[in-house]
Ligand binder design. Sequence first.
Ligand SMILES: Cc1cc2nc3c(=O)[nH]c(=O)nc-3n(C[C@H](O)[C@H](O)[C@H](O)COP(=O)(O)O)c2cc1C
Ligand code: SF4
Length: 453
Amino acid sequence: MASHAGRAVATEAALAAGAAARRAARAGITSRLTAGWHEAGGPATLREHLQRYGPLPQPGRNRALIDAVTAAGLTGRGGAGFPTGIKMRAVASRRGPAVVVANGMESEPASEKDKALLARAPHLVLDGAVLAASAVGADSVHVCLPRGRRRLAEAVEDAVAERERAGLDPVAIAVRALPHWYVSSEESALVHWLNGGEAKPTAVPPRPYEKGVGQRPTLVDNVETLAHVALIGRYGPAWFRRAGLPDAPGTMLVTVAGAVRAPGVYEIEAGTRVGDILAMSGMAVDAGPVLVGGYFGTWHHAEEVAGVPMAPGPLRAIGASPGTGALFPLPADCCGLAETARVLAWLAGQGAGQCGPCVFGLPAIADDFAQLAAGRPKGPVLDRLDRRLGQVGGRGACRHPDGAVRLARSALSAFAADVRSHLSRRACLAAWRGQPRQGVLPVPRPAGDGEWL
Ligand SMILES: Cc1cc2nc3c(=O)[nH]c(=O)nc-3n(C[C@H](O)[C@H](O)[C@H](O)COP(=O)(O)O)c2cc1C
Ligand code: SF4
């Protein structure tokens, strides 16, 4: 989806037609974070932003915002879904000045939401970071973006400069450009890099909230999470809970791509049924299984996932998770095993090379998958995979190997018929339709110079 940025906010354009708008309303489409995106076509200026949302509430070191975020039931939108209020309280309860890190790295290739949000509404993210900083007692904010997304960094830097000219913020905001690997956006890796080290995950504890940037208590939040904080700070927890489910309140950004007519970033009410989101984005009737949650996510047959609300609890019941909010129905002419093999090979190259599961386990699993996908297995590949997947899960210092294992296991299950065909060297479903198309799941080119500093 690297070339997908132009369509990343296809959202409201896709909704312009009446029929689509009605489908959107049924599908729980809404526009809190995405208000005004399609009219603007670029980053909202500070003036436009304040007209849209009203003035920034007076930041202050008090527990009111933390209480409001807790009452709102906001959970992190960076993948793990941890309650944001609990994290803020943990940072606020530590001694000494704290630091806030806004995680805008979005290293998940199937996701476009954070890029779209920062490119359209940088001030909303900055508002949230500033409010959170004041609430937890932080005097500085670092906005972390990947090196190579230069235009995005410029949009955020321009927004920071505008705020400085307006004398808006009581804290210093710095935009930081990090080396871009899948694991360099993990929170301990961000902290390690901000402290002058390599952008590789470190052993925890201490967690960032205990000892983070400059050894200070550090709040690391995803940029979408911070944008929700900005709205809770303005409109309160009851307003936030007007959307979504009681145990998964609010809205969330999802990225839909693959076998759909209108790929892009959509803002939905949490708990909207996955099938409604896919129907609204025009999923092809002959689409294959759906990848839910990105490359740490899971493959599911459309009928299994269609009626399930896009929210942690209901998805957990089928072994899935919203993750980064990415949904990717596989086009009918693609082989799910070949696509998964490509992603696993990429994930294997993205580890930080510090732990056994990443150094030995993931490359071996990716190699087994490549053999399976090519229909040329050496020896009992399924037994070998089963053993390796069992050995790698839960053994890394961070969750990188676990994510890859989850993806591999779910592919073996969702594409079980194709596995049988490949093992017996018969054509799989995609091959029946002709030469399978390859490379639909976006896999970025390897980070150029291999640098981690
Ligand atoms: C390998 C790996 C990669 C991650 N990449 C991102 C990322 O690109 N963006 C992000 O916000 N969180 C990412 N996370 C999660 C962060 O470590 C952290 O939990 C998150 O930024 C916290 O924000 P939240 O509570 O608002 O979700 C990643 C985690 C892992 C294990
Ligand atoms: S599991 Fe992999 S990515 Fe995570 S810390 Fe170890 S080597 Fe690094």
